[in-house]
Write a protein that binds this ligand. Structure first.
Ligand code: HEM
Length: 232
């Protein structure tokens, strides 16, 4: 009996760790994409040819071995799979933790439902909603802000969009949310891999904060320059 209980709890712990690893791996894939995307957006400062050329290059990359947009589709599938796995694991881990804590009446304010955990949950929901809006806006061009998108180049679409202060503000809110999410994610995944030994904790915290700051500043530079008319 004791043996069975032990095996079961060991297995449960293994599954929990496996899910945390899955979250970390898919999180890293997402962060890599986001950094690449940020770098691409910064090409707005190099002018319309550079930016439009980059957008076009993304579509041609890998030709003729891959069809047009081949690499882009591989990236899209990898990203979509990562989001689904990341979200599913988050949900199951949350459910496991909730069950493990027992009845909500006994433990109404459990330590684990800390500020960070709630921030992660809501952050995840906000980021997901943003990505849906973002794709309808800049990729499928169903949401047109500031002009007739079919008639505009990718560079011009960025310009006409971020001339609206409210869109700039909405992006700022999402980028700060993303930064918090990544900051905690970096910290938490390093904890899963056991890297947060006391003496390294400070360094890890610093890396997590720097990564978060880099995201906010790097992403907000082009929209801010557009809003302030530095690029047009
Ligand atoms: C200030 C921040 C951002 C700006 C100005 C921005 C701008 C853009 C633009 C202009 C495109 C279309 C590119 C093209 O026409 O080739 C795009 C695509 C995309 N963006 Fe962003 N983006 C930002 C942040 C983000 C973030 C934080 C995420 C993810 C969480 C994201 C995810 C995507 C995705 C998935 C695509 C579609 C790529 C594709 O499949 O073609 N973006 N973005």
């Amino acid at each position: 009996m004791a043996q069975t209980t032990l095996t079961r709890s060991t297995r449960a712990r293994e599954t929990t760790v496996a899910m945390k690893i899955l979250m970390a791996v898919t999180g890293v894939i997402f962060v890599l994409f986001v950094l690449m995307h940020m770098y691409g957006n910064l090409k707005m400062f190099a002018g319309p040819e550079a930016y439009n050329g980059y957008a076009e290059h993304l579509r041609e990359f890998g030709e003729p071995i891959l069809p047009r947009e081949g690499l882009l589709w591989i990236l899209r599938v990898a990203l979509f799979t990562s989001v689904v796995v990341h979200g599913y694991s988050a949900f199951s881990l949350w459910n496991r933790a909730r069950k493990a804590r027992g009845t909500p009446y006994v433990n109404k304010h459990p330590i684990a439902t800390s500020y960070a955990v709630r921030t992660m949950r809501w952050g995840g929901v906000i980021i997901l909603a943003f990505v849906v809006f973002h794709l309808l806006h800049f990729t499928t061009l169903h949401i047109e802000i500031g002009g007739d998108y079919q008639a505009l180049s990718p560079y011009e679409r960025m310009i006409v969009s971020f001339e609206f202060w409210w869109l700039w503000l909405a992006y700022l809110v999402v980028m700060v949310t993303l930064a918090f999410h990544v900051r905690h994610g970096v910290w938490s995944s390093l904890a899963t891999f056991g890297a947060n030994k006391k003496r390294r904790e400070r360094a890890i915290n610093l890396v997590a904060i720097l990564a978060a700051l880099l995201l906010v500043v790097g992403f907000m530079l082009p929209p801010t320059a557009i809003l302030l008319d530095f690029i047009n």
